[in-house]
Design a binder for this molecule. Structure first.
Ligand SMILES: *[C@@H]1O[C@H](CO)[C@@H](O)[C@H](O)[C@H]1NC(C)=O
Ligand SMILES: *[C@@H]1O[C@H](CO)[C@@H](O)[C@H](O)[C@H]1NC(C)=O
Length: 251
């Protein structure tokens, strides 16, 4: 029964760890076409249906074209980005790039999460990124030809969600703090395990001495195994989160 509850909880955690960060920051773009402002892209509906008041739209002649989101709280760990582009306008989306950066520089200077390949893109996309940054930039330098007319790059985003957590947090709605033992307090959003490894820190020497005695006694009385020595070691280093390692050593 406990196992069932555990599996269920883990499952729930995995599913709900997605957290859209667009309520915490501001959207801007290279130019505005009429009332198609950049923030239209971060407001519902979650849809590809175009209307000037529901989607963002950069003006013609803005070369390159870009749409940018800046987090107000500083660094975010971004797992992925959902994009709903204007329906039937894949020809304008063609050649787009998505970056995560720490500056608002154009052309973007940071991590390229995705670059559109050959052929027309699908107008609904989920772009994995797994990067720390302060900005998300949708970038386009490629123009299009429609009905024999040439256009420069144009960006029309009907909905964008940026999923992740503010750096140093994890879990459902990012309410848990990453363990301080994680290097730079950076952890995976779904399970809280350290991304860049851990600081190994010994607990108090007196406590260590006491535990050594217990271990020695259990060795003498032969109540010990590779696994329990492993658990002992992890306990010393205040690191029981990695007990899977011990399960492996006992098999
Ligand atoms: C942004 O800055 C953080 C902290 O210095 C760094 O860890 C991260 O890799 C940077 N992100 C990018 C995309 O350069
Ligand atoms: C935690 O999640 C990350 C990313 O999904 C994964 O690589 C890692 O193995 C997970 N760690 C544990 C202890 O499950």
């Amino acid at each position: 029964m406990l196992l069932v509850i555990l599996i269920f909880t883990t499952y729930q955690l995995t599913v709900t760890a997605q957290h859209n960060l667009t309520p915490y920051g501001t959207a801007t773009q290279s130019s505005n076409f009429e009332e198609s402002l950049p923030q239209n892209a971060i407001e519902p509906p979650i849809s590809n249906t175009f209307s000037k008041t529901l989607c963002s739209h950069t003006d013609r002649g803005s070369e390159p074209a870009w749409w940018m989101f800046h987090f107000s709280f500083g660094l975010a760990y971004i797992t992925d980005i959902n994009i709903y582009y204007r329906e039937n306008f894949a020809v304008r989306m063609d050649g787009f790039k998505v970056y995560v950066t720490n500056t608002s520089t154009i052309p973007p200077n940071g991590h390229l999460c995705h670059e559109d390949g050959p052929g027309l893109p699908i107008t609904t996309q989920t772009i994995p990124c797994n990067q720390l940054g302060q900005y998300v930039i949708y970038y386009d330098t490629k123009g299009s030809v429609q009905d024999g007319k040439s256009f420069g790059p144009i960006i029309e985003l009907c909905y964008v969600a940026i999923n992740g957590c503010p750096k140093g947090t994890w879990g459902r709605n990012c309410i848990k703090k990453c363990p301080s033992k994680c290097i730079n307090q950076h952890c995976h959003l779904k399970n809280g395990s350290c991304v860049w490894g851990r600081h190994r820190q010994l607990i108090k020497p007196l406590m260590v001495r006491f535990l050594q005695v217990i271990l020695r006694v259990s060795q003498i009385t032969k109540h010990t195994s590779a696994a329990s020595v492993c658990y002992f070691y992890l306990f010393l280093y205040d690191d029981l989160s990695d007990e899977r390692e011990c399960k492996n050593s006992s098999s």
